[in-house]
Design a protein. Structure first.
Ligand code: PMV
Length: 353
């Protein structure tokens, strides 16, 4: 008897130009293009196993060991249905292929970091779901094609199908067939850029991105200005900065866009607050760190960005990580030890040497 099973994993991505607002809530078509960096590290990933079997009576899914309901017409059901459709095309072309599209699937997914705390768990989760089904079904689809389906699970998930620097082009077609992710540059183009994650809180966030976005689209005049006049210019400028490995411009645009996203949240009626006092204090530290560098004739050295939660992501070239971690640890007592993948602080740990 054959076993039809595949396991894949997908990383988190953190946007520098934020996606915030849908023009079509069912197809998940955004009101603006966005751009992110995929965090290709082992400790921020979703790993998903999919199995198709004639003995299964219905599609089922477990997230971190707990079964989630697959609601008819919901996002999980849509992604699974679309993947089965692609499998059917393979089976129609080659009648020797087993009819996996007619089997139910069981899907088991795990995140190795806090779920729904503004650390983009839905992005890695839906990207891993789609890529594990693509592997199970041996689909000849490109990451951009798969991104069209991951997007219908969670918008930002479409960007996690690529590593490196990734754009989600908003597209203009009503069926969403041109609203997909493309690679701007692979990670190897600019390997010196690293992301430092400061987990301010791993509680579940207060306002989900889905309801937050809807309220912003309905009530914020600032969002209209952002999508018409600001994002198109920033998308071009940040792509140029990435291709030129120009960290100063990359950092400036990233921080401006994080600030505007949170301004748009505040401009929503009633307002949405994703950052807290600790988040704002980290902004002040990074701003001060950059100010000292610029006043001494240098460039920006670090860029903060915040998604729909209080946790900071700080992009910086590797040479500054030790500095920044030391400053953060000095001002904020750590509940947990700093995870030091580069061994920057030696055996003694942070702040000792
Ligand atoms: O894909 P969603 O629905 O989780 O929305 C993500 C929104 C932000 O993380 C705030 C921005 C982004 O582009 O990732």
């Amino acid at each position: 008897m054959s076993v039809y099973q595949a396991t894949t994993s997908a990383p988190v991505n953190i946007a520098c130009i934020k996606y915030w607002g849908k023009r079509d809530t069912k197809l998940i078509l955004p009101t603006n293009s966005s751009l992110s960096v995929t965090l290709d590290q082992d400790h921020l990933r979703s790993t998903t196993t999919s199995r198709a079997d004639t003995s299964f009576d219905k599609d089922r899914l477990w997230l971190n060991g707990i079964e989630e309901e697959i609601k008819d017409g919901g996002r999980l059901a849509t992604c699974i249905k679309e993947m089965k459709k692609l499998r059917r095309e393979v089976e129609d072309k080659n009648s020797n292929e087993p009819k996996l599209s007619t089997f139910a699937v069981h899907i088991c997914s795990r995140n190795n970091f806090p779920t729904a705390a503004g650390l983009a768990s839905s992005a890695s989760g839906f990207a891993a779901l789609v890529s594990s089904l693509a592997a199970l079904y041996a689909l000849p689809a490109s990451p951009s094609q798969l991104s069209l389906i991951a997007r219908q699970g969670s918008g930002s998930a479409c960007r996690s199908l690529f590593g490196g620097f990734v754009a989600w082009e908003q597209g203009s077609l009503p069926d969403g067939s041109d609203s997909l992710a493309i690679e701007v540059a692979p990670q190897s183009h600019w390997p010196d850029i690293h992301a430092l994650i400061c987990v301010v809180s791993d509680d579940k966030k207060g306002t989900s991105s889905t309801s937050g976005m809807q309220r912003t689209v309905e009530t914020s005049p600032l969002l209209q200005h952002r999508i018409k006049n600001v994002v198109p210019v920033r998308m071009e400028a940040i792509k140029k900065a990435i291709l030129a490995r120009d960290f100063d411009s990359f950092a400036r645009i990233t921080m401006q866009d994080s600030n505007q996203f949170h301004a748009v949240a505040l401009d929503t009626d009633p307002p949405i607050f994703y950052m807290n006092d600790v988040s704002r204090a980290i902004i002040a530290l990074v701003t001060e760190y950059n100010r000292v560098s610029v006043e001494n004739g240098g460039m920006l050295k670090a860029a903060y960005t915040y998604d729909a939660g209080p946790n900071a992501v700080i992009y910086t070239p590797k040479e500054n990580i030790k500095d920044i971690v030391s400053i953060i640890v000095k001002y904020f007592p750590q509940a947990e030890a700093f995870k030091d993948p580069f061994g920057l602080f030696g055996a003694q740990g942070v702040g000792e040497g």
